[in-house]
Write a protein that binds this ligand. Sequence first.
Ligand code: PMT
Length: 226
Amino acid sequence: FSTGSLTGRTLLITAGPTREAIDPVRYLSNHSSGKMGFALAEAAVEAGARVILVSGPVNLATPAHVERLDVVSAQQMAAAVDSRIGEADIFIATAAVADYRPRQVPAEKIKKDQPQLTLELEKNPDILAGVKQQHPGVFCVGFAAETTDLERYARAKLDDKRLEMVVANLVGSATPETEGTFGSETNVLQVFWPGGETHLPLAPKGQLARQLIPVIVSRYEQRDMT
Ligand code: PMT
């Protein structure tokens, strides 16, 4: 691997959380900070790629030479990805996309006059699965955030969505080392592809991104030979 190994390639990367409106002032979301996805965007630029970064609401500066599209909801993220995926050679889905959104969003703030409130949720589009179905030629790297059984769930995602690679990380406080993967400066990654895997031990997300990009490049270069 050397800087420039992605020269001439376009990467589309999703990052951060999505927010799903409950009413005009409230939303459902998660603890993703966008750091992992932004670090990957930066590392991909360093490797020579043109990078389009579709980001949910985060407090991060755009890495140099990265084209950033800001979105809020999963449906907006899906539309932004859809509008640019035609340019991409590689798609990396780092975003923590909300799986469900409130079915109905009232125009006015919900009043707290009821002892209980039931929210009906409906499924959001699976952006990564949609990309793979509609653009099978795009090299797709999914992320898997799990609280347990990392390898089993990651391999299931690899097979179910027919991805080229799944990058798995434990989230929650399963072990002291993984506590705070969401939002923290560090992470531990377990990378799976059909017939292989590699482990990237605890390190700052920037360093992990610089280690992960060459793994992706290596598999990408072998994609038609397996
Ligand atoms: O942002 P940070 O604070 O740095 O934290 C990084 C991270 C923990 C968010 C990141 O490393 C990570 O694991 N991202 C994926 C989180 C996730 O939601 O995983 P999942 O198992 O729910 O989704 C699996 C894959 O499908 C992911 O690639 C996800 O982007 C994609 N997906 C999921 C749902 C959906 N509707 N559309 C999708 O594209």
